[in-house]
Structures are given as structure tokens and as C-alpha cells.
Design a protein around this ligand. Sequence first.
Ligand code: HEM
Length: 491
Amino acid sequence: MAPNPIATHFVSVRSPSQRATLVFRGGLSCVRESALHVASVDRLVSGGLTPPRMPGESLLSGHAGAFGESALAFYAKCEQQGGLVEIRIWHKTAYVATDPLLIDEILRKKHDHFVKPLGLQVLRAAFGQGLLTAEHDTWVLNRRMIQPAFQSHKLGGYAEVAYRLARQRFGRFKDRTVVNVSREMAELCMSILMQTLFGDSEREGEALIFELTKAVQAFTLDYSRFGFPPFPHLLPTWSNVRFRRAVRDIDRWLYALIARRRRTSARDDLLGLMMNARDPKGVELSDRQLRDETVTIFLAGHETVSAALSWTLQLLAMHPSAQERLVVEIDNKEALPPSSELPFLEAVVDEGLRLYPPVYRIGRLAIRDCSVGPFLIPKGANVLMPQWAVQRSPRYFDSPDAFRPERWDDTMRRDLPRFAFFPFGGGMRVCPGAGLSVREEASVLQAFFERARVEPLRSKAPEPFQGLTLTPPDGNLELLVAPREARLSSG
Ligand code: HEM
């Protein structure tokens, strides 16, 4: 058997009383205690170990209680255990991987041993064979055709659209007032996506996409509430009826729009670029494929950016000195050479994504037995990789729960292990919208702080709602917003 690549990261291994101390080489200069039940160094190297079981399970439901109470807190406990742990939710066994080296193996080096998890597969009724849910040859072909639409030279155009629409919107702030920033960001990001995709605003489409997003959330919630049944579409639930109706309505609208676009001349928006794409045999995307990709982009690219912006505004509201530094940088932009980015703004965006990653865990299903580090993950097992827990680990970040944009200096960016910060995933299935999102976030924040400032209404940030993405609870996040001329606090 070929040597396990992860073994090369272990400099010394000892196993008194069934425990191992692993010293990691490479970028990680730290020593990690890992509660591995090591039978022998040989087995450690060959990837044959059963991962240790996460403590604290109940006889009947396994870890379902702790998981149901707060998946985020549960993932954090798994991370404290280190590496990879086995968990049980009722009758289902799964694994939680929190070591960046192991995540690297799963998402990148051994990606062909895994597919997207069942939880995403059941959403094919909405996403169809769009990039997020497609697998194998369909995915390879579609990704090749669609990727060029996200290329970096087009990002400038998307950022301009975001900046222009945000300025228009924030121009409305005339008085110091309480604003539901979560709703503001959802509406703004919807119009940015509409412009980016269709070069236009589509009022009917906006309402339908909002409804589909909510229907998907409700459907997913019921799916987990009923213990992940194999055929969730057959459950006699209201969320099922709502989900089917939302898909039917969106299809009617989108197919009509695609038909209209086929009759008119080509445009340079995302839909136009996808319509122009050809596979190696010169075949274009069918109406069904265009529909699937468009719905996927909406579901994958709307709530994520809007949640990231809402959380980042909350963090800035709670940290006036960081807000002040950002405002100064934005105001001094004119003084900077034209090519310079805004480094502190960039750091604010990254720090927001670190503390509140909209996609807070990535899942994979093993399609064959697979060695990951010293462990064996059996065929059919689900593996969860929670950004939430890894990105808040003291192993990689000092004062990990603190909002400190200034930590993102060149040294930190260089030394951070590849999968210690992975808000956009990684490997083959890395988010194609990553560049676009970061530019969009930066443009919206720049437009916001050119016009206004924010203050928190409460001393603590609300607990996030743990749905498909990590959103503010009930889509509500209220902050005090004041135009730049007005005084921020009454005191
Ligand atoms: C802050 C914003 C965003 C975050 C945090 C985010 C995060 C992610 C993550 C973690 C994945 C990988 C999921 C996995 O490996 O299972 C992903 C995939 C994807 N994202 Fe994003 N995303 C964001 C914005 C966007 C935008 C704006 C778009 C499109 C305009 C987009 C389109 C997609 C698509 C199509 C996929 C599937 C890629 C594939 O499997 O080939 N995302 N995203």
C-alpha cells in the first residue's frame, strides 16, 4: 500500500496508554494532543484506524440531543476533541472532521471518493442538475462551461453594479433610525444578483426567488426534524406543498424569460454568458440546464452574501474603533494610488466570514472506503467539515471569538494552514462565486460607510439561525443607522 501522505506531517508518534502525540511539520508549528486510539504506528500510517467516538452520547438517540440543541456548539466540542470524531444521530453514524490537513484530503486530494451529502441531493427538486447538486460527468461538463462567466476580468463589472445599487439604496438614509439591516441586505443583494444575471430588475422574479428561498429553508428544517427520511418529498407536510408550489412558479417564470432571451440579441450578463457557452462538441446549454444553473446561482449566491453583509455590519456596530478605522480608510481612498485595494476593508470582509461563515459546514458522502489521515472512513458514511468550529479554533487564531480585522496581515495570511479558513470551501468544488462575493461585499460596505454609520441596539449579537446558511434569526437583524452628518449616539 502507498504511504499515507498525512503520515509525512507527523514527526513523532508515541502511544503510551493508547494515546498519541502528533507533532505537525509544515505550516503548523504547534504540537497537538489528539485522542487517537492508536493500536500501532503501522495502522496509523496506513489509514486503518476507526476514528474515536465523540463522548457524551445517549443510548437511544446518540448525539441527537446536543446536535439539535445547537449544532454550532456541538461542532465546537468536536473540534476540541481534535482531528476526526465519529458521531451518531439516532441510528445514523457520521464523522466530523476539523483538522485542516484531513479536510484538505477530503475536499481536495481525495475528492473523487466523495459526493455531496444526501441533504443536498434531496434538494435536486429545486436545483435540478445545477452545479451545486450535480455530480460526475454532468458536473465536470457544466462547470467547464459556466466557470468563464465568473472570470476575474468580469468581476470589476459586477463590483460596479453592486456599488451603484448600494449607493442608490443607502442614499435613502436621511435620519438616525432603526433599520432591519438583514432585510435591507436581502433586498439589495437580490437586485444586485438580478442585474448581474439578467442585466435588469425583474420584480416578479424577485418575489418568486424570495419565496423559493423560504420554501427551501422550511423543507430542510422538516427534513432534519423528521430524522433525514430517505424520501422526504413523500412526507405529508405543509413545507412539502409549499416547496413544490414555489418550484412550479419559479419554473413558469424562468422558462418564459429564457424563451424571451433566446429571441433577442446576446447580452453580456451572466445569463447571456451562459447562453453563449459551448461544450467541446459545440453544443450549448439546454433550456433545462439554463434554468437549473440560474436557480442554483440564486439559491447559492443570494442568501450567502446577504447574511455575510448583515453579520459584518453587526460586528462593526459592536466595534466602533474598527468602524472608525474603516471610515478613515474609505475617506482617504482618493489619496491612494488608483490600483490599490482597501486593505482594512478586505480584512473586515475576511474577519466577518471567519466569525460568521454563511456556509457553516460542508458535507460529503463517501462513495467508497477511504483512508483519511490515519483513519478509515467507510463507504456510505457522511462527513461534516464545520467552518464555524475550525475558523474559531484557538489552534489557528489568537482570541478566536474576538473581532479583530487587523489580525489579517501578510504574515498571518501566509502562515495560516490552507483549510483553517475556508468560507468558500476548497478543491474541485470550491465556490465559483468566491471572487464575486468578496468584491460585492466590499463594494456594498464601501457605499454604506461613505453614507452612514451603525450602532448596535443590544450589547450581544443574536444567536444565528442554523438553516441551510447561517442567517440572523427570522431574517431580522436591527441596528441603529445614522447618516454620516448626524451624530451617532444621543449621549
Ligand atoms: C459570501 C458568499 C458565499 C459563500 C460563503 C459561499 C460558499 C460556498 C461554499 C462553501 C461552497 C462549496 C460547497 C461544497 O463544497 O459543498 C459553494 C459552492 C457554490 N457556490 Fe458559493 N458562496 C457564496 C456566494 C456565491 C455566489 C455569489 C454564487 C454565484 C453567483 C455562488 C455560487 C456557488 C455555486 C454554483 C456553488 C457550487 C459549485 C460546485 O459544486 O461546483 N456562491 N459556495
